[in-house]
Design a protein around this ligand. Structure first.
Ligand code: ADP
Ligand code: LRH
Length: 505
């Protein structure tokens, strides 16, 4: 039995891709039909009381990549029956009354949100916001971006706010919706009603003087068929007959849908630019302890909850590679990882969640400075690219150790395996370190879990796969090459010591 061709558009913070997928005898057969860099752009902003730099997404160049990928999908594997779009979370485009995009979506790493959470908490304290929404405070949550942006000419001119995947969906179908999994990351969705939170929006109004609820579209559940591709777009790309399906449009929601979890005791790490570390739960964990530990309750597909912590992730390595390239000493990732594997373990560890690492810029210098402050004690401060890389990977594994343990404690679950999906699952050294640091087996793969989750949620929605989420995971298990890493007992005490050392700083 074969399903028709489905297409997944998956935009991560570092790259975008378009894949086709088709179910054949219970397996998902995929083809990558487009891949392009996602390179943010710095411009000059004036709407902030003077000139300053602003970091934006180059959404038109991404859209161009999406169009080209979809055209290849139709040409080489068509006809395309379904299209799903997922991207990174929280960021949005604003549309005017004609439906035209007002400027570029601002990047969540832009500095404009500094101080914005504190302003909002004057109207709704952090604890009350968490009780309502279950969402961890990140300065870049959409709610805080709107605190920073309210009052601008752009917001005054706007009639609609669309999160990035919904914006691309609008360009494909002309329909304006807010898909739930991504909408939950705004910190403006009520955890009980799964609609826009009156409390969050009232607080936004109280601190900005603007009622921005007027910008928000209807929330739809993942699995909703949004509509057909508009005639002119379909004609241009060869997509007539294709339906756009609201998948888990938050990339992490699609990734977790494709994690081949074995039981509720399975933890996952969605490992790309960020590392999203947590558990799938039937209900949110809204305890004060969860808030204090900075855990979030994002919504998943089929009513699930992603109870997880945002750990800084491979961003530290990506940005180091970019820095070395700009300094005229480019490094090849696979060579660098091989060299890092030869560096003695745990000589220096840093807190990867230090806000100092969040903005773009010279990452190796920041890592070295942090290692000098917090990491020393067992060996020299990292200097060479291989040493800096080893410090980053040891530090990530240490952060995973803590996040997996804390997730288990907060949810009352005895975790027995850690699944790693996404680009980071190809990093064998990091997988090995993760197994040792957590003391648990690591199952790595699939690498393109997000696109697979996207495709398989479409397959369910369009009636080509029966059995919902368990069936999705069965297909992933049948389709992929999963690699297992067993923990070794040897290093356990060293990880314990490293954790204590970092906690003591
Ligand atoms: P995002 O969706 O956030 O853009 P990805 O899931 O594409 O991220 O993961 C990108 C990361 O995957 C890179 O930063 C890199 O560290 C890692 N990666 C990609 N290919 C490899 C590889 N061959 N070996 C090790 N790591 C890899
Ligand atoms: C990963 C991700 C993550 C969000 C961040 C903004 O790509 O969607 O889940 O927290 O980007």
């Amino acid at each position: 039995r074969r399903s028709p061709t489905l297409a997944a558009v998956d935009l991560g913070a570092s790259s975008g891709r378009v894949l086709t997928g088709r179910l054949v005898e219970g397996r998902l057969v995929t083809h990558e039909v487009g891949r392009f860099a996602n390179t943010p752009v710095t411009t000059t902003a004036w709407s902030v009381g003077g000139a300053r730099e602003r970091l934006s997404w180059d959404v038109l160049s991404l859209w161009q990549g999406v169009r080209e990928g979809l055209a290849v999908a139709a040409r080489d594997h068509g006809p395309v029956a379904g299209i799903g779009v997922d991207t990174w979370a929280v960021d949005y485009g604003l549309l005017d009354g004609d439906g035209e995009l007002l400027g570029n979506p601002v990047h969540y790493r832009d500095a404009r949100t500094q101080g914005a959470p504190e302003r909002l908490f004057e109207a709704l304290p952090a604890a009350a916001l968490y009780e309502r929404t279950g969402i961890q405070v990140q300065p870049f949550n959409t709610l805080f971006q709107l605190v920073a942006e309210a009052g601008s000419a752009r917001v005054r001119a706007a009639e609609d706010l669309l999160l990035v995947p919904d914006l691309l969906g609008f360009w494909l179908t002309g329909r304006r919706v807010a898909e739930l999994t991504n909408a939950s990351t705004t910190a403006m969705v009520d955890a009980a009603t799964l609609t826009w939170s009156g409390a969050a929006l009232d607080a936004l109004k109280a601190v900005t003087g603007e009622d921005l609820s007027r910008l928000l579209p209807e929330v739809v559940l993942p699995g909703t068929v949004v509509g057909s591709v508009l005639d002119p777009v379909a004609a241009g790309l060869g997509l007539s007959g294709a339906q756009v399906v609201a998948v888990g449009s938050h990339d992490t929601a699609s990734a977790v849908a494709a994690v081949p979890l074995t039981s509720e005791r399975s933890a996952y790490i969605s490992s790309g630019t960020w590392s999203l570390v947590g558990l799938e739960r039937p209900e949110p964990v809204l305890s004060e302890a969860g808030r204090a530990a900075n855990f979030t309750n994002e919504r998943g597909v089929e009513g699930t909850v992603r109870f997880l912590r945002n750990v800084a992730g491979l961003w530290l390595l990506q940005e180091s590679l970019r820095t070395w390239r700009a300094q005229g000493r480019p490094q090849e990732l696979t060579d660098l990882l091989a060299a890092a594997a030869e560096v003695p373990p745990l000589r220096a560890v840093v807190d990867v969640d230090d806000p100092a690492f969040a903005p773009p810029g010279d990452m190796p210098a920041r890592v070295v400075a942090a290692a000098r402050r917090t990491g020393g004690g067992l060996g020299p401060v990292p200097e060479s690219p291989a040493e800096v890389t080893r410090c980053i990977l040891d530090s990530l594994a240490l952060a995973y150790r803590r996040a997996v343990r804390t997730a288990g404690e907060l949810a009352g679950v005895d975790v027995d395996v850690v699944h790693v999906v996404g680009g980071g699952s190809r990093n064998a050294l990091l997988c090995r370190l993760t197994a040792d640091a957590t003391g648990l087996p690591v199952v790595a793969g699939p690498v393109e879990g997000t696109a697979m989750g996207n495709l398989l949620v479409q397959a369910v929605a369009l009636g080509h796969l029966e059995g919902g989420l368990p069936a999705v995971r069965e297909v992933v298990r049948a389709s992929g090459d999963l690699v297992r890493y067993e923990p070794t007992a040897a290093g356990a005490a060293a990880w314990e010591r490293a954790e204590r050392r970092l906690a003591d700083v």
